[in-house]
Ligand binder design. Structure first.
Ligand SMILES: NC(=O)C1=CN([C@@H]2O[C@H](COP(=O)(O)OP(=O)(O)OC[C@H]3O[C@@H](n4cnc5c(N)ncnc54)[C@H](OP(=O)(O)O)[C@@H]3O)[C@@H](O)[C@H]2O)C=CC1
Ligand SMILES: O=C(O)[C@H](O)COP(=O)(O)O
Length: 496
């Protein structure tokens, strides 16, 4: 159960503590932030509202701890990460329980998120040992005008203190996708979890604590992003920011100082369906891609662009599958569960109403109870409707009928987002041409968009992000190149 057993020390009374200097503490603010259960719409948990003073102290400790950590042998860092991964997986049940209660993630998917996160941490340890154990050796005579008098040795060094800010929808997985790479590369890490999902994150941090990482190396500061976010992201002690979330990321990138940024932001992933596509496969992928976790995935299918000649048949197949989706509470492992907050549900409803007014075809009756919105396929959506462009982050999938491939590509590229997209066709040559033409970080051929497996590169173009994630890319992003040049008095050439 959450907050019990090995997690007992992370809570006092009914408020979860924050983590700093290897200890669980209460904030001097004396204030807490409520976490609302999306299903019951009542307070489920409370976390500390940390102060600026406490942020300052965390940054100081992180800086000191990092200096020692950078001198810890790579194999030892990897060993500790493997240990944390094992502890996390061992305690998957209470952590998954938090995900169910805080973000209404279906029970089975919640367990999957925790297990996937443990695997991600272990993979970081293994990949780090491989890529950080290697450097480069360059010689000067390959550049015009130079003799072989300079030997250059390069290696990857840590950046310092990494600030990690994940979003609510994968709070554990998107936190460890930053923590794992940062730590294996020799950085310290300050985590600011999303408010909805904070308690799952605190449990995950306790797993790192139990693994025995040095004091101050990992900290977890809780509080509302709108209250402490700016102070954290503009803090002079931060040497790198890894953020996943919505438009907040755009404003952070404007305010942050001269530090490397990794930004994984929103998306409007298009699904282009050609006339020769296997429509059963497409329908299955629209269901999985558009409705899993009630559409609250950055990689969800957020607009279907289907050739008019096959549109009726596709819509019929998707509707048949929508009818089978189980709607209800996450505890019962329903397919469609309440969306994260009332304001999110209101936003989704606004998009549906706008589409209704402008003449979209509602394939199902619009239905909402509290934060629970029934799955909805909107046919005959046109570009003047908000749903054609905006990210609902809810269980609503718009269908736009197109008359040419070019029309589909044009709609996809006219978006200010460019995260992922997908194309369905049996003609691989056409698929490649379309993939090349789509202005998105990734294109999936004959499958719905997805971030995983977690070692794949993952990046967004335009407003969808800066830089690339995925384990290898994140490790590289959280390091700098350092060179040492050996200058010889006379040229020297290695003989066999
Ligand atoms: N491209 C990708 O990889 C992914 C993108 N997303 C995107 O995330 C969005 C949904 O997630 P959501 O959590 O609502 O996103 P938000 O942008 O609202 O929040 C993300 C994180 O930022 C924090 N935050 C809020 N304000 C500030 C601030 N001023 N400074 C620093 N941090 C702040 C939040 O904390 P708090 O909760 O306390 O407000 C939270 O931890 C969608 O747009 C989705 O597409 C989601 C997953 C993956
Ligand atoms: O926020 C998201 O949507 C996740 O990063 C998606 O991960 P997945 O596509 O591998 O489920």
């Amino acid at each position: 159960m959450a907050g019990s057993g090995v997690f007992e020390e992370i809570i006092e009374g009914d408020v979860f503590k924050y983590y700093t200097d290897g200890e669980w503490k209460k904030s001097a603010s004396g204030k807490s932030v409520a976490i609302i259960n999306p299903t019951t719409r009542t307070t489920q948990y409370k976390v500390q509202a940390c102060t600026q003073e406490e942020v300052n102290k965390v940054m100081e400790s992180a800086k000191i701890a990092q200096k020692q950590w950078a001198k810890t042998p790579l194999w030892k860092r990897a060993e500790l990460l493997h240990k944390a991964a094992a502890i996390l997986k061992e305690h998957k049940a209470p952590i998954a329980e938090c995900l169910v209660k805080e973000i209404a993630k279906p029970a089975k998917d919640s367990v999957t998120e925790v297990v996937r996160s443990g695997d991600l941490i272990s993979y970081c340890a293994e990949e780090g040992v491989r890529i950080l154990g290697e450097g480069k050796f360059l010689v000067s005579d390959s550049f015009p005008g130079n003799e072989r008098t300079k030997y250059c040795l390069t290696s990857k060094i840590p950046l310092g203190v990494v600030l990690a800010i994940p979003p609510f929808n994968y709070p554990v997985n998107l936190a460890v996708s930053k923590i794992g790479p940062a730590l294996i590369a020799g950085n310290s890490l300050v985590l600011k979890p999303p408010t909805q999902g904070a308690v799952a994150c605190l449990h995950m941090v306790q797993c790192f604590n139990l693994a025995g990482f040095p004091k101050g190396l990992i900290s977890c500061i809780t509080g509302k992003g709108s209250e402490i976010g700016d102070f954290l992201t503009m803090h002079p002690g931060v040497n790198c920011i890894s953020f996943t979330g919505g438009d907040t990321g755009i404003s952070i990138s404007k305010k942050a100082g001269m530090v490397p940024l990794q930004m994984e932001l929103g998306g409007k992933d298009a699904c282009i369906v050609l006339e020769d596509a296997d429509l059963d496969l497409v329908a299955a992928n629209i269901i999985k891609g558009g409705f899993s976790y009630s559409g609250q995935r950055c990689t969800a299918v957020k607009v279907v662009l289907v050739m008019e000649s096959v549109a009726d048949a596709l819509v019929e197949k998707v509707n048949a599958k929508v009818a089978k989706l189980k709607v209800g509470p996450p505890e019962e492992d329903c397919d469609i569960t309440p969306v994260v907050s009332e304001s999110s549900a209101n936003f989704i409803e606004g998009l549906a109403k706008d589409a209704k007014t402008k003449g979209a075809t509602f394939c199902q009756e619009y239905k909402r109870e509290g934060n629970l919105i029934w799955p909805l396929l909107l046919d005959n959506v046109r570009p003047d409707m908000r749903i054609a462009w905006e990210e609902p982050f809810g269980p609503i999938v718009p269908v736009i009928r197109i008359n040419s491939i070019e029309e589909g590509i044009h709609h996809c590229n006219a978006s200010n987002f460019g995260l992922q997209g997908c194309v369905f066709t049996k003609d691989i040559n056409k698929a490649i041409l379309i993939s090349d033409a789509m202005e998105t970080g990734t294109v999936q051929i004959n499958s719905a968009p997805a971030r995983g497996p977690d070692h794949f590169p993952f990046q967004g173009l335009k407003d969808s992000g800066i830089g690339s994630q995925g384990i290898t890319n994140s490790i590289s992003m959280m390091t700098k190149i350092k060179s040492t040049v050996i200058n010889l008095p006379t040229p020297s050439y290695t003989m066999g």
